[in-house]
Design a protein around this ligand. Sequence first.
Ligand code: GNR
Ligand code: NI
Length: 172
Amino acid sequence: MKRNILLHPDPRLKKAADPVADLSDDLRALSDDMLETMYDAPGIGLAAPQVGVLKRLIVLDCVKEEGELPRPLVMFNPEVVASSDETSVYEEGCLSIPEQYAEVTRPAEVEVRWIDRDGTERSETFDKLWATCVQHEIDHLDGKLFIDYLKPLKRQMITRKMVKMKRELARG
Ligand code: GNR
Ligand code: NI
């Protein structure tokens, strides 16, 4: 089932999410819904707070070559355990801030540890778009958005545009 994606500004997007204590069928169903919502958007990642659930759960699939097999990843309680000194810059966007893009500098490689859909602890080192995306998603779990890395003036401009967009959406 597709879920609604919250739009910035929303207090739920600014809160730290709670760790998942036990995997349940409900949480697995939520992760399925999040993947469906992400692919439908379309996007390359989605964090549970973006659908209004303040739990530490993210999904991502950064495979973008035409004809390549999809690689959906579901991560419960993801943590960055190591980051490279080398950085990379990507033009980021966010499904909660549609049509707004800006360059963000982040570590080029990160090692991430998480619990998968089956409850197994896993870890993997990500680079390129995967590294940027997984950091962007984990930030959502800490109530942080990519615009928080921008200069205050630019962030304010984007937030004002979003307030306007939400007002127009609400009027219908
Ligand atoms: O779909 C998305 N694209 C994207 C592009 C560059 C850097 C990060 C992202 S994540 C974003 C989906 C989203 O908002 N996830 O929280
Ligand atoms: Ni996002």
